[in-house]
Design a protein around this ligand. Sequence first.
Ligand SMILES: [Zn+2]
Length: 288
Amino acid sequence: MATAKKSATKKTETKKTAAKKTATKKTASDKVEEKKPAATKKTAKKKDLTVAEKLDSLYELQRIDSEIDRIRTVRGELPLEVEDLEAEVEGLEKRIAKINDEIKELETDISDRKNANKEAESAIKKYKEQQNNVRNNREFESISKEIEYQELEIKLNEKKSKEAKAKIEQKKEILEEAVARKEFRAEDLKTKKAELDEIIAETQTQEEKLDKKSKSALKAMDPRIANAYARLRESAKNGLAVVPVDRDSCGGCFNKIPPQRQLDIETKKKLITCEHCGRILVPSEKED
Ligand SMILES: [Zn+2]
């Protein structure tokens, strides 16, 4: 059988070559006439595709285009996530720096008070020595008041230092939390960024490949069908121009399809569109 078919094809080819040879022999004036049948032949070849084949290639094209849409959606969300994380990490870094500054300020205040107290103590020491050499009571009382004043200063500084130390402890707790949160978010950011980079690298080639496939599939189609598809895809939600029947309904708008129409869709003898949304309908997907 196969051999018979092969030889038959060969015969046709030989015939074609012979015809071509004859054509070449024709004069230039005949060339205009020659073009017409060639064009008809080309159209005829495209028309040779059965409706079922046309529907299959349409649905295949839809699958390719839907995959391109999906890739674009995935990539569309990740950069935003990464951006949000970057902003959060940056905010936390600023907060950490601010808390650290506040702690430093409090520590400076404590050490300043410590120095002031040292000075006050040596002043008291000096005053006490002076008290040993006073000439009268009034002088003694006056120095006593100075000592008292210095002692009050020391007490005030001690109180303020204690308060500052408590504040530092509080701030250190907040700082610890912020640092932990920042580290967690920074780690998250690192992962998401790597994911994004990977997706970009991965999807770029995939997308380019699919884009090429889509374009050549569209080119191979009857221009009228290709145009209808492109128009439908542009206007339809989710870019769906070709949809399978889903539970007796259009897979695009979910309106019920009459049984006779479903039968026509199933046999793939005619190109049938949804009465409600205009999408091209193909038989329901069989689960395998
Ligand atoms: Zn519909």
